[in-house]
Design a protein around this ligand. Structure first.
Ligand code: ADP
Length: 868
């Protein structure tokens, strides 16, 4: 092999350590990538692919970006899912030998700290998952989970147990939406069975070792045991947290000072929301365009700070089960709804508060710049105003005590920092005069020296009597005194000749050289001292970090309360009454999103809902487009809003806390990961039946729709019977369906009730009233909907004719089984209360115990029996 250049060798040595990253290698003013990295970078970033010689005979591909533009390019690669390592020059070039280089940072989607790359209104989580079980069969009975947000210092861990562990993990994934997940590589290789679309990074298995993890964490937090964090009995949670710490150490290359604590949490203290429910209820983004606008968050978010925006997102993703905490939140919101002037003043004040949380974290990791401190100063200076405004309000007293204006910090920054410091520390002007004697002295000396030099020309002209004497400057000789040859005889003794020109001579004096040194070195020296002073300032501010973070949290809370109060007043919401009973009574409820999206002129029709111990399952019938889905989702969303501490769109609402909200909204015909819609529907239904309790709220829309009518009807009915009769269940259920046959159910299941969405008929036209009324609908109006939807008139006419025929005579194209039953009245239909073999088989199914595949097989069997 030919001998490669030393630089190439240096590159190869670094690259070997980071085979999975695109390596940006600092060369002068550029960050260069080489070889395959260069090809990827050129392709993904539209860079010019050039070449660089690495030996006498060889060249390799190279593509680079200017050093000042690195962040933008890195951001684009991270977005595309690449990992990036940045290799810096760590010594100054000295003309001899190679500059030393080191990787100072690895950037992955979950470890980004650059504000340019992050969204400030959304958390950027890195999550670790440790499945405990058999990787070969992909079965896990336990799991350790940890997650971190390194720009805010949020760090939490938990342990999930039982057969539901895998499901709970998926629920946590959908709650946190991490941008990166790390997992033991064995599990990744064997197939991690996580939902698609997750950025998964495999990590050596040993990094998830509980013992090693515990040691790492205790060392990091400087504690003897992790019990104080509540992690005492969560070895797998600890292991996951340890893996995160390892990973961060590898990528961040600093002391991770922003991670000051870790919190153990339990998924049991929150309302359970599975991924489908979150999606179906459009909590933080819409199903179609995945935008915040059009989601619940979109309606409720009137926050003005980034911290508030992130907190509200967390609350919506994690409704509470704790009556006391919820009432405290509602008290705070209520107090703010009552004073419009106060709301306006607070909102105004909050507008001047920057992202204190991320600012403090930048301080802690040593990344804060002058402008960050400026933002800190401006934010803190608003805190006393906020304190004064909220102090008189008892419901906000918890916030008042947590708000700390950190006047010492404010004072320190104000004394140290100029009013308009430069963005980076390589320009003079960061530190305020008067702050440091040393800096003042240097500044004074420089000023004197400049003045001295400025005065030199007139001074020397006077002294020597040479009227044409000039003081000049050039790069080679520095400052000089120039005298034309005509006045040569008047040169004083202390002039030293430096240069001879055609008509003149140039001189220097020892004193001039002294002042010159002062002036020329001044800038460098001032920059150095300013940098030192700035670093010391940041260091000392770090001591206040926990107070700063406390204030940040209090402000985030205030911002969220304010947002909820503002929306409540603007949209006419009421304070819900929360109880531990399993009632649910809503008067004149509305869907908070749909009511805002209606075309101008159309008014949203409010509806009542009433569940009590005798009314548990509501069957909602009505034609398509009448508003069934909207109505049942409205009940779910109102409940969820109440459990984050928000007012709700209704005239009044009494809500028994819901431990699990399950919303299956039908009519989504997409195929999930190779499964048929029906299969997905059945898997979800199985999950809901096994996971729900008496305190759950089930919202089922057209369950059974994904299959043929008879199958669908059979399943729908079986599901309702099961919920009604199972002692663990009997939960509040809203079941929207277009199967009119189901309206018979209240006759046999006493705790079911029929409701329908009213329509008015006007000759052949129908008008949707969107009003939910007691009693079942008796017609489907599908043909009317076809007409409204713009089907050609002849088709609609023909359909109407056929419908009439069907309704009066039955149809020739009827399902063979139904036909057979009609022809043979002795054999009762599926929905008579007889012991038809299919019904018998159906009743004997232990739905809870079926795997999805078994469920499907059973269905085929049922279908066969029903056709007999
Ligand atoms: P369904 O589930 O019965 O097919 P949807 O719930 O999808 O009907 O409602 C259809 C449309 O009717 C909605 O997009 C909305 O525009 C309108 N709508 C529904 N409920 C109401 C209401 N209570 N007031 C006003 N318009 C409504």
């Amino acid at each position: 092999m030919t001998q490669v250049t030393p630089l190439r060798q240096q590159y190869l040595d670094v690259k070997r350590e980071y085979p999975d990253c695109i390596l940006f290698f600092r060369l002068g003013d550029f960050y260069e990538t080489f070889d395959e990295d260069a090809e990827i970078a050129a392709r993904e970033l539209d860079l010019v692919l050039t070449g660089r010689p690495i030996s006498k005979t060889q060249r390799v591909p190279m593509a680079g970006v200017p050093h000042h533009a690195l962040e933008t390019y890195v951001a684009r690669l991270i977005e595309k899912g690449y990992h990036v390592a940045v290799c810096e020059q760590v010594t100054e070039p000295n003309g001899k030998g190679l500059v030393e280089r080191e990787v100072t940072r690895v950037i992955t989607p979950g470890t980004v700290i650059e504000p340019e790359i992050l969204s400030d209104r959304k958390q950027n989580y890195l999550m670790a998952i440790l499945p405990v079980g058999n990787p070969d069969t992909r079965e896990w009975s336990k799991a350790g989970i940890a997650y971190v947000e390194i720009t805010t210092g949020e760090f939490a861990a938990t342990q999930l147990e039982g057969e539901n562990a895998a499901v709970l993990v998926v629920e946590e994934l959908s709650r946190l939406q991490p941008s990166e997940v790390i997992m033991p590589s064995t599990w990744v290789e064997k197939g991690a069975s996580l939902p698609p679309g997750i950025h998964l990074t495999p990590i050596a298995d040993w990094r998830f070792e509980p013992a090693g993890a515990e040691q790492l964490l205790t060392q990091h937090f400087r504690v003897r045991t992790l019990e104080g964090f509540g992690l005492g009995d969560m070895p797998y949670g600890v292991a996951a947290a340890g893996a995160i710490l390892h990973y961060l150490r590898d990528t961040q290359r600093n002391n991770l000072a922003q991670l000051t604590s870790i919190r153990a949490y339990s998924t049991a203290s929150f309302m359970v929301l599975d991924p489908f429910t979150r999606r179906n209820l459009e909590l933080t983004e819409t199903i179609r365009s995945r935008k915040v606008h059009g989601s619940l968050l979109g309606v409720l978010d009137r926050t003005v700070t980034a911290m508030g925006a992130r907190l509200l997102r967390t609350w919506i993703s994690q409704p509470l089960l704790d009556l006391k905490r919820l009432n405290a939140r509602l008290d705070a919101v209520e107090a703010l709804t009552q004073d419009e002037a106060l709301r306006a003043e607070l909102t105004e004040a909050l507008r001047n508060v920057s992202d204190l949380e991320r600012l403090t974290n930048r301080l802690l990791i040593g990344k804060a710049g002058p402008r960050d401190l400026l933002a800190l100063r401006e934010s803190l200076s608003v805190v006393p105003t906020i304190q004064a405004l909220i102090e008189p309000i008892p419901a906000l007293s918890a916030l008042t005590t947590k708000l700390d204006a950190c006047s010492d910090v404010l004072d320190h920054i104000s004394r140290a920092l100029t009013d308009d410091p430069p963005a980076v520390l390589n320009t003079i002007g960061t530190i305020r005069p008067g702050y440091s004697e040393e800096l003042d002295r240097i500044l004074e000396q420089t000023r004197e020296a400049r003045e001295w030099i400025a005065n030199l020309e007139p001074h020397e002209r006077r002294r020597t009597g040479i009227p044409t004497l000039k003081v000049g400057f050039n790069k080679v000789f520095g400052y000089y005194i120039e005298v034309s040859n005509a006045h040569k005889d008047k040169i004083p003794e202390d002039y030293i000749r430096k240069q001879t020109l055609v008509n003149a001579e140039r001189y220097i004096t020892p004193e001039l050289k002294e002042y010159e040194t002062l002036v020329l070195n001044a800038e460098e020296q001032i920059l150095k001292v300013e940098r030192e002073l700035f670093e010391a300032l940041c260091q000392s501010l770090c001591e206040a970090s926990s107070r700063l973070l406390g204030t940040a949290r209090a402000i985030a809370h205030l911002d969220v309360f304010l947002s909820l109060a503002t929306v409540a007043v603007r949209e006419g919401y009421c304070r819900p009454t929360l109880t531990e009973d399993d009632v649910l009574i809503i008067e004149a409820g509305r869907h908070p999103v749909v009511e805002k999206l209606l075309d101008g002129g159309t008014r949203y029709v409010p509806n009542d809902t009433r569940f009590d111990s005798m009314s548990r399952i509501h069957i909602i019938t009505g034609p398509n487009m009448s508003g069934k889905s909207t109505y049942i989702r409205q009940v779910a969303v109102i409940t969820l809003m109440a459990q984050i501490g928000s007012f709700v769109p209704a005239d009044s609402a009494t809500i028994g806390l819901v431990d699990r909200l399950f919303a299956r909204i039908g009519a989504q015909d997409e195929i999930h990961a190779g499964q048929s819609t029906f299969m997905v529907e059945m898997v979800e239904t199985a999950r809901l039946l096994s996971g729900s309790t008496r305190r759950s709220l089930l919202i089922l829309d057209e369950v059974g729709r994904g299959t043929s009518t008879y199958d669908g009807l059979a399943i729908a009915r079986a599901v309702i019977e099961y919920i009604h009769n199972h002692p663990r269940l009997n939960c509040r259920t809203l079941f929207a369906t277009h199967y009119h046959e189901l309206t018979e159910l209240p006759n046999v299941l006493p705790r079911t009730r029929n409701y329908s969405v009213a329509v008015a008929e006007d000759n052949d036209e129908i008008v949707f009233l969107h009003r939910v009324v007691p009693g079942g609908a008796n017609r489907s109006y599908g043909v009317h909907v076809a007409q409204i939807a713009g089907l050609p008139r002849p088709v609609v006419e023909r359909a109407r004719e056929l419908l009439h025929q069907l309704e009066t005579q039955g149809a020739d194209f009827e399902h063979p089984a139904a036909k057979k039953r009609k022809e043979n009245p002795a054999q009762l239909t599926l929905f008579d209360q007889s012991e038809h073999p299919a019904l018998k088989a159906l009743k004997s199914i232990a739905v809870d115990e079926l795997s999805p595949i078994e469920a499907l097989t059973k269905l085929y069997e049922l279908k066969r029996l029903a056709a007999e």
